[in-house]
Design a protein around this ligand. Structure first.
Ligand code: AMP
Length: 293
């Protein structure tokens, strides 16, 4: 097990100035700092990022902030699950050094709303198409976090594959001095990707939600056995999802793994990405696919 360098108890920081001071201390001591940005309601997916950070860094900072600017009108900002005490306990158990959990008014004081960070291209399709402004909210808050917490590395899940690619692009384009580490998707036993939003699902919907991963696995099998035509693969995925129960498919896309542009056939490393509403709960999932041999 990788131990923390210090025996200090975890510190909860809610003020930006206090956070800056703590980070300055770490840097002065020459610590390699890992940042795990989250919106809380922590589960094993988040904690896998913490463990990756723990392995690669001397000090781990988890940010917990439900960022209003990445939610659209009618989305679940107000009702987003909040499990603060359990989150802090989980962070303590994972030997997190600092939790940064600012108030909305600290991150967005009156008048501080004239600047935003926009990544074009990569944000136009997939979730960007159905959630206008979402990625501007994400890239702006992540930039603000990077400015407050000058970490050496930041850890993001492949669960939000488009988000991961958008942030990598932003960091490259803007020469931000931070390494972006992508971490694999953590799933339930039945394959459902862990998500804070899974808490919205009823028992029946939760059973039904297995179909997302099942459809992706079936698509991977088809591809392994030589199917490369995207329309055929997409039809198979759609059928499995719709056969499982009432659902609204937002998108099922097979895209170039780097540029995220839709592919007509699988002739290069690709990603199958989908977003589906089950009982009003928007679930996303994705899987990597290689060109069949
Ligand atoms: P969120 O709190 O939903 O904004 O997620 C915070 C970070 O945790 C993001 O980088 C997500 O991609 C990552 N994450 C969420 N769920 C999972 C999961 N099931 N497996 C791996 N990473 C995840």
């Amino acid at each position: 097990m990788n131990l923390r360098l210090t025996d200090n108890p975890m510190e909860l920081l809610q003020e930006i100035d206090a956070c800056r001071l703590a980070m300055a201390r770490l840097r002065r001591d020459g610590r390699r700092v890992g940042l795990v940005p989250t919106m809380g309601a922590l589960h094993d997916g988040h904690l896998s990022l913490v463990r990756a950070a723990r392995k690669m860094c001397d000090a781990v900072v988890v940010s917990i902030f439900v960022n209003p600017t990445q939610f659209g009108p009618g989305e679940d900002f107000e009702s987003y699950p909040k499990t603060t005490e359990a989150d802090l306990d989980a962070c303590r158990s994972e030997m997190v050094d600092f939790v940064f959990s600012p108030k909305v008014s600290a991150m967005y004081p009156d008048g501080a709303d004239m600047t935003s960070v926009h990544v074009s291209g990569l944000t136009e399709g997939l979730c960007g198409a159905s959630r206008p402004g979402h990625f501007d909210g994400v890239t702006t808050i992540v930039s603000k976090l990077f400015n407050i917490i000058p970490a050496d590395a930041a850890f993001f899940g492949e669960k939000d594959y488009q988000q991961l690619m958008v942030i990598k692009q932003m960091v490259g384009d803007l020469n931000m001095p931070i390494e972006i580490v992508g971490c694999p998707i953590i799933r339930e036993k039945d394959g459902l990707a862990l998500s804070s939003r899974n808490a919205y699902l009823s028992e029946v919907e939760r059973m039904q939600a297995q179909c997302l991963n099942q459809s992706l696995m079936a698509a991977c099998e088809k591809i392994t056995s030589g199917q490369v035509v995207v329309d055929e693969i997409r039809d198979g995925i759609q059928k499995i999802i719709l056969d499982a129960g009432p659902a609204e498919i937002d998108y099922i896309e097979i895209v170039d793994a780097v540029s995220l542009t839709p592919l007509p056939k699988i002739d290069r490393p690709a990603r199958i990405c989908l977003a589906v509403l089950i009982g009003g709960c928007r679930l996303i999932d994705n899987v990597a696919v290689d060109v069949p041999l």
